[in-house]
Ligand binder design. Structure first.
Ligand code: F6P
Length: 334
């Protein structure tokens, strides 16, 4: 039987192949370790009093769950002392989190959504951690928000961890997408899904259809055609799935294809979209593109967007290339 390849070994081999500098490898190992700790807390659920509201709000004005706060703390603490990071930014924090001055400052910036899909925590449905790594553009000073505002194509690594029936870490360092499954007995992430690919075509879509009346015309047209199935212009039936945890929905797309949409709609027009560019859209777009899929706002490639602020929100349409291109074409036609 072939020897199982751990995440640590995979990253060392990426380093030897010149695709992951030592510091990037070490920082990804730390993120993976933190995710294991978060996974343990998530799996304890009600047994450890982990469910329910924290009684606080995050920077977006959303009520925080206890596990949002705990996961955020775990990631901050794990990554502060390694010497690989210049600073961090979290969906749960208003401002850049500086590395304390008693630890060395490294060359990378880490961004994360510590617990994505947290409305699912209390009903025991998959949630996850999403992360993105950028180079610190200016090494001579403590990073400011402006240093983080780089287009997604500049990410040097991106990934997520799903806390579901199994804990899986899905990662790209720019050489394809690889998934690692946590072996709970040994505590190792094992390379189980090398070079994941998103098929060009699909018959499955994911969208929160309760927003249908607020969508823009191109999205209404696209989804109506899918719903008409065999009887409509597409001539085939489509299936719909919506977990309401982006990690779980994107993981399904990466595993068996599909199109995921959280488009602009009238309810959220002023805020620019629902999902966050830096913590959700960019890392997921890098993974999907690395797997052969496409990711767009409907009007622009997500990875080309110039971020305006850390907590910016954008429309997200990603997954099987031919379907994403069709939605983009419908936007062009108006
Ligand atoms: O950004 C948070 C998030 O929970 C995503 O994980 C998910 O895709 C989306 O919001 C769910 O939105 P809704 O509550 O509209 O279904």
């Amino acid at each position: 039987m072939a020897q199982a390849v751990s995440l640590t070994r995979f990253l060392i081999e990426e380093q030897r192949a010149g695709r992951a500098p030592a510091d990037l490898r070490l920082l990804l190992d730390v993120v993976a370790r933190a995710a294991k700790t978060i996974g343990v807390k998530v799996s304890k659920g009600a047994l450890a009093g982990m469910l329910g509201e924290a009684g606080t709000e995050n920077v977006q004005g959303e009520a925080q769950k206890k596990l949002d706060v705990i996961a955020n703390e775990i990631l901050l603490q794990a990554n502060e002392w390694g010497g690989h990071l210049a600073a961090m930014a979290s969906e749960e924090l208003e401002n850049v989190h500086q590395i304390p001055c008693d630890h060395p400052r490294g060359d990378y910036l880490l961004l994360f959504d510590p617990l994505d899909g947290s409305s699912n925590i209390d009903i025991n449905v998959t949630v996850g951690t999403i992360f993105s790594v950028l180079e610190n553009p200016r090494r001579d000073h403590a990073p400011a928000e402006a240093d983080f505002l780089q287009p997604g194509r500049k990410q040097v690594a991106a990934g997520y961890v799903t806390y579901g029936p199994s804990t899986q870490l899905v990662l790209t360092v720019g050489n394809g997408v690889h998934a690692f499954t946590l072996d709970r007995e040994t505590g190792e992430f094992i390379h189980t899904h090398p070079f994941m690919t998103v098929p060009e075509d699909t018959r499955e879509f994911a969208i929160n259809a309760s927003n249908a009346r607020h969508w823009e015309k191109p999205v209404q047209r696209y989804i109506t055609e899918l719903q008409q199935g065999k009887d409509g212009p597409r001539g085939v039936d489509f299936n719909m799935r919506w977990v309401a945890s982006m990690v779980a929905d994107v993981h399904r797309v990466l595993t068996r294809g599909g199109i995921f949409l959280y488009p602009l709609d009238e309810k959220i027009r002023l805020q620019g979209g629902r999902l966050r560019l830096m913590y959700e859209a960019n890392p997921m777009a890098m993974l999907i593109e690395q797997a052969g899929g496409a990711a767009s706002t409907g009007r622009e490639r997500i990875l080309d967007l110039q971020p305006q602020k850390l907590h910016q929100r954008v429309p997200v349409i990603l997954g099987s290339r031919n379907e994403v291109e069709r939605v983009v074409a419908y936007h062009r036609e108006g």
